[in-house]
Design a protein around this ligand. Structure first.
Ligand code: GLY
Length: 423
């Protein structure tokens, strides 16, 4: 099979690394890819949202499968574009159409979906600038902390948790006045859930699903989970507090009702679903859905998959996921993300990355990397490289990730030294 992976982060390098090991693969491409995907695939300089160019390339190269990494092309309708074009409709697209991607693209839509299908989640109400006064009145009825969530995609920055009522009211007004552009033209005021978070992932063909190993990620820039939110600074899999009984409860109360809900709503969904969950008093609740894999969770989840991932995705594309057999390695994986100094605010690109070849027993998954004109590997983003270690225990895995994080060099490198601290 010929496969094209869309995206350029650590998630896409990890997927490319895994798929490159499949006997079913004849040729692998990444668009646009990074310096890491270039090791296992041919990088193609096409933007993830340039559907006509992607379609033309897929036709010319006779590509059989398109795996969509990030959310933007899904929400903009890449799967619909392929399905609606008679020369592309035979291509298996791993990623939902717009209607399914709305589970991530609109928090208001996903909340209504959860309510409709009795899926446990925090209560919420949605407001616009026209209903701002009702928003203030609603906030007055809530207890602190106040949770404000932008309805649309806001690159992981659209959730504010605020302790003071006055500040919450001001923030509601600012958000609705365009603080996050179009994404915050509608804002949800949501019940605060106090618990511990984890991420669960499935691959589905719309009827059947396979559940991947769960993971926990670390979103804040600072140690002890402090400071600004980032895309993710590290991750661990499995999650020690997610025992078999808790995972069975997640399956019964959340995963199965979600898949059944998609069927009942007539949403044809092929791809990954990422359940952002929180454990409160021993029970799981949904914080959010994403229509893709997590990053950096992919960097710890996929290295634990023993089976041929391409074979499983191929079955998903054929609607035959009930025939899939998936096996996982009984080990712990950890990843530590190296980021550019200044991230998630201002930072500089173009720093040469060295000593990656000196790291031992670690999988270095590239995120924001590219090649300089001289062919050196240089930084090209806030999150630069995820260093994944494997071990029999969490400490063994983390020791490998941290040793590699110390060894790899670039100017103004930063990483959190406390990944896993709370476990
Ligand atoms: N690590 C969180 C995300 O991928 O959205």
């Amino acid at each position: 099979m010929k496969v094209l992976i869309l995206g350029s982060g650590g998630r896409e390098h990890t997927l490319a690394w895994k798929i490159a090991q499949s006997d079913k693969l004849t040729k692998l491409y990444a668009a646009p890819g990074n310096a890491g995907t270039a090791e296992v695939a041919q990088n193609i300089s096409i933007s993830v949202t340039d559907f006509p160019k992607l379609g033309q390339f897929v036709q010319e190269e006779e590509i059989d499968m398109l795996i969509v990494g990030p959310e933007a092309p899904l929400v903009e309708g890449v799967a619909d574009y392929f399905a609606d074009n008679e020369k592309l409709s035979h291509v298996k697209v791993i990623g939902p159409k717009k209607a399914g991607a709305l589970l991530e693209g609109s928090k208001d839509y996903s909340k209504k979906f959860m309510v409709r299908h009795n899926i446990p989640a925090g209560a919420s109400k949605t407001f616009t600038l026209e209903t701002l006064e009702s928003g203030y009145a609603f906030l007055e009825l809530q207890k602190p902390p106040y949770v404000l969530k932008a309805d649309g995609l806001a690159a992981g920055k659209g959730v504010l948790i605020i302790n003071s009522l006055e500040e919450a009211k001001n923030s509601l007004k600012e958000m609705l006045s365009g603080q996050f552009g179009e994404a915050s033209k509608s804002v949800l005021v949501e019940q605060f859930l106090d618990g511990i978070e984890l991420s669960v992932f499935v691959i589905t063909d719309g009827k059947n699903y396979v559940t991947l190993p769960e993971a926990k990620d670390y979103k804040r820039i600072g140690e002890g989970d402090t400071g600004l939110n980032t895309g993710g600074m590290g991750a661990i899999s499995p999650v020690p507090f997610a025992d078999a009984a808790f995972m069975a409860e997640i399956d019964k109360a959340i995963v199965k009702p979600t898949i059944d809900g998609l069927t009942k709503d007539g949403i044809d969904y092929v791809g990954f679903i990422f359940f952002g969950l929180i454990k409160v008093d021993g029970k799981p609740f949904v914080i959010e859905y994403n229509a893709r894999m997590g990053d950096p969770e992919t960097e710890v989840v996929i290295p634990r998959v023993k089976s041929d991932l391409l074979e499983i995705l191929d079955l998903a594309g054929q609607g035959k996921l009930d025939q899939a057999k998936i096996e996982f390695e009984d080990c712990v994986t950890s990843t530590v993300m190296l980021v550019s100094g200044g991230y998630p605010e201002k930072y500089q690109n173009g720093k040469e990355i060295t000593k990656v070849d000196t790291v031992e027993d670690v999988l270095p998954f590239h995120a924001g990397t590219t090649f300089s004109e001289l062919g050196e590997v240089i930084t090209n983003g806030g999150r630069v490289m995820a260093l994944t270690g494997k071990g029999a225990t969490m400490n063994e895995a983390l020791a490998k990730s941290f040793a590699a994080a110390e060894a790899v060099q670039f100017d103004k490198k930063y990483y959190r030294k406390d990944i896993g601290f709370d476990l």
